[in-house]
Design a protein around this ligand. Structure first.
Ligand code: BGC
Length: 764
């Protein structure tokens, strides 16, 4: 009887719509992959499974070395899941061959690399490219990067870096998309989809979003430093871009070095499992950052065995360079400090990534030797890099229409970056052809032909102190040959050039490695020796155009007050000189907008537009006992979203379709944008809101939408945004994602400061 009842029960469950739905949801491709991997794993020993979790750096082994090296022995023994820092089809093919011909189970390897802003064709640094606010362009740059890298055998890039940062002292602010979670999320999505496509073709590679989590919020802007913040802040301001990358299907994610709530991210089960997998539904694999596991020993979390077990149990699947998994997990298994289930989980996820890439069908899928010549550093790719670079430049100042320059007369081209190939690229240009970039001098010559005369002078070194300068610029590769003359002699030569010139183009700022990893600073001023030069040039009374190279927001108060024109070009990449000439001479009208606030001075840091009001907000001028400084206002020098154009745009007042937004419905906000100037141009129309009363305090402004609009001189266009309840949601103190009814302000403008304003109500 009992049996009959349970059979009936079973039949009833199977017939239930829920089960039917679940059955339908299992897709055949997934099933095929699952059974393939299950069958493979059934053959694997524990050692071989642990081997898949190991990611050593090759140090770019040559083929010959590979076959005899320690790594090669490990590959044969099934102790390596992937390798990174190796490039070139021949080398990668030879190493893959070791895995698929000489290891017992013939499991192919992943080949990773930091393809951060292009491969041989280098695009602007990420902070620069974010200033385009052009998602199609950003996606295209990632697509080209994936195509070029995969033509060199790479099938996995450690990008995008989506760490929100509001601290220009941190060198790695250059690698991300700035300070804003909404914009950062859009960019994260564009990059992941650009790299991965459908993960089918041999130019579609795995993305790895990093550094999860909160790496950009280290105390005092010092790299690898402690992070401690409320969960409300994490959820609202720092986590969204990682989540956006996960939602876009990023195949992998990299743990960050820093601690979060007292636990290094690499050992945080809350981050790696509870949030990432349970809340966000992440299905890919998690890799540590470089030696992230053994670094937990220094953090004070225990010995190598303890921290390796901690990482695996937290949800880490792959150990980059740490050797902790390889050397301790088996022991931990025997001692029941980790379970077979955890090892299986990690192994399965890595095998799945290889399967999705198609490596089990063709381990040499990314080793086609004919591709590199046709697909890498092509004129087409370089043309795209040139166009995107020009779009990324931010015109910070342009009084008296100093720019664009005329293609006539004499131009004095002065500064340590005016004729420098290797420093056009910026940080993490791992595959850049150091001598193949277009220098500023070359770019100007290309544009001018015989139309104008160019006189040049170095003017200054990067830094006055040669020992310090070496630390800043030559640490990876010798990229800069110092001029041994004295500061006075260099300035004198520059002034001689200036005297003979109609206009001075001063090309200066940071070298490539001033920013990037382990490049934090406590001063964000232009180096003194460069500023001395600028001061002397300004005294000549000739117009001085500062073409500024930088990987971080700098403090430019003096420059802003004393120079007529400042064009911030970040690090433009392969086509630097051509794209700079395009903008200087007006072939391209600049349209870049800052994605990180430029403060007046370093003491204001962290300074960001989306701050809270406090109970004693600044009152427009210094007032005792209000939240302000004695010495400077709270204003930035250049706000988030700021960037000038050669033309002038004006915004009409905002028209709302209704002043009431009912939950489940939408309203629209429209402005008429007019190009009042003489040049065709592009404006990034930015929409912000402010939630006036909340169950928790809300920022004074939050970006909720943007559109990049092209307008011919004299043309006008209505620009419309749709706003729904979804746009007004935030994480409340219970970390529930909610929109609260009440009054909102809505702002539209060309930057976060200069906006039109209206208001509406959300009703439920
Ligand atoms: C960086 C990562 C990078 C990794 C591999 C680390 O030092 O933090 O961003 O992906 O090295 O090169």
């Amino acid at each position: 009887m009992k049996r009959i009842i349970s059979l009936i029960f079973l039949a009833a469950i199977c017939a239930s719509p829920l089960i039917a739905q679940q059955k339908k949801a299992v897709n055949p491709a997934q099933q095929k992959m699952d059974s393939f991997i299950t069958a493979l794993m059934a053959k694997m020993t524990v050692d071989e499974k642990i081997g898949q979790l190991n990611l050593p750096s090759s140090g770019d082994i040559t083929t010959g070395q590979a076959s005899s090296s320690d790594i090669s022995k490990k590959i044969k023994a099934g102790q390596v899941g992937g390798l990174f820092n190796i490039k070139g089809v021949d080398k990668i093919k030879a190493v893959q061959q070791i895995a698929v011909e000489n290891s017992r189970l013939k499991i192919p390897l992943l080949f990773g690399m930091d393809v951060i802003h292009g491969y041989h064709t280098v695009f602007p640094i990420p902070l620069g490219i974010s200033a385009t606010w052009d998602m199609d362009a950003i996606k295209k740059s990632a697509r080209i990067a994936a195509t070029e890298a995969s033509a060199s055998g790479i099938n996995w890039t450690f990008s995008p870096m989506v760490d929100i940062s509001r601290d220009p002292r941190w060198g790695r602010i250059s690698e991300g998309s700035g300070e804003d979670p909404y914009l950062g999320s859009q960019i994260a999505k564009a990059m992941v989809t650009g790299y991965q496509g459908k993960l089918q073709a041999n130019n579609e590679i795995l993305a790895c979003v990093k550094h999860y989590a909160l790496y950009g919020a280290g105390e005092a802007g010092r790299d690898y430093n402690t992070v401690d913040m409320s969960r409300v802040r994490m959820y609202n301001e720092y986590l969204p871009p990682y989540k956006a990358a996960v939602d876009a299907g990023s195949a992998s994610i990299m743990a960050s070095f820093n601690e979060v709530e007292g636990i290094p991210a690499t050992g945080s089960k809350w981050l790696m499992t509870d949030v990432l997998r349970k809340e966000w539904g992440f299905k890919g694999f998690v890799v540590t950052d470089y030696t992230g596991i053994p670094e937990m020993i220094e953090h004070g979390m225990g010995d190598l065995q303890t921290v390796s077990a901690l990482a695996l149990n937290a949800g880490i699947d792959m150990d980059m360079v740490g050797d902790g998994f390889l050397n301790t997990l088996k022991k931990s298994l025997a001692e029941k400090k980790v379970s077979m289930d955890q090892i299986n989980r990690a192994c399965r996820l890595i095998l799945e990534a290889k399967y999705k890439l198609g490596l089990f069908t063709d381990p040499y899928k990314f080793c086609d030797p004919t591709r590199a010549e046709k697909e890498v550093f092509t004129p087409e790719n370089r043309q795209v890099a040139r166009e995107i670079a020009a779009e990324s430049f931010v015109l910070l100042k342009n009084s008296n229409n100093t720019l664009p320059l005329k293609k006539s007369g004499t131009i004095g081209l002065i500064g340590p970056l005016s004729d420098n190939t290797a420093n056009m690229y910026g940080t993490w240009s791992v595959a850049a052809l150091l001598d193949k970039s277009v220098t500023v001098l070359q770019g100007l010559k290309n544009a001018l032909g015989n139309d104008a005369k160019i006189l040049t002078a170095r003017g200054s070194n990067f830094l006055a102190d040669s020992v310090m300068e070496h630390r800043y610029v030559n640490v990876h590769n010798p990229t800069y040959k110092r001029d041994s003359r004295t500061e006075a002699a260099l300035i004198k030569e520059a002034l001689d050039v200036a005297k003979k010139s109609d206009v001075i183009v001063a090309v200066m700022g940071e070298g490539s490695e001033f920013s990037g990893e382990s490049s934090s600073v406590t001063s964000i001023d232009l180096p003194e020796t460069q500023k001395n030069l600028l001061k002397e040039l300004a005294k000549t009374g000739k117009p001085v155009v500062l073409v500024l190279f930088t990987g971080r927001p700098l403090a430019l108060k003096w420059e802003n007050e004393n120079l007529p024109a400042i064009l911030n070009v970040w690090f433009p990449g392969s086509e630097a000189g051509n794209s700079i000439a395009d903008v200087l001479f007006g072939n391209v009208n600049p349209s870049g907008k800052l994605t990180a606030t430029f403060p007046q001075n370093v003491g204001q840091v962290p300074l960001y537009y989306s701050h809270k009001n406090t109970g004693r907000p600044e009152a427009g001028k210094f007032t005792k006992f209000r939240s302000n400084y004695l010495d400077v206002t709270n204003d930035p020098l250049y706000p988030f979203g700021f960037g000038l154009s050669y033309t002038n745009f004006s915004f009409s007042d905002i028209k709302l379709s209704s002043n009431t937004l009912t939950a489940g419905k939408s309203i629209t906000a429209t402005v008429k944008l007019t190009n009042n100037g003489k040049y065709d141009g592009k404006e990034v129309v930015q929409l912000y809101t402010r939630d006036l009363v909340g169950s928790i305090t809300r920022p004074v402004k939050e970006l909720k939408g943007f559109q990049k609009i092209s307008l011919k001189a004299g043309e006008s266009k209505d620009v419309t945004f749709t706003i729904t309840e979804e746009d007004l949601k935030f994480y409340n103190s219970n970390l529930k994602f909610v929109a609260e009814p009440g009054d909102f302000k809505l702002f539209i403008g060309g930057n976060s400061r200069d906006v039109k304003e209206t208001s509406f109500k959300l009703v439920k």
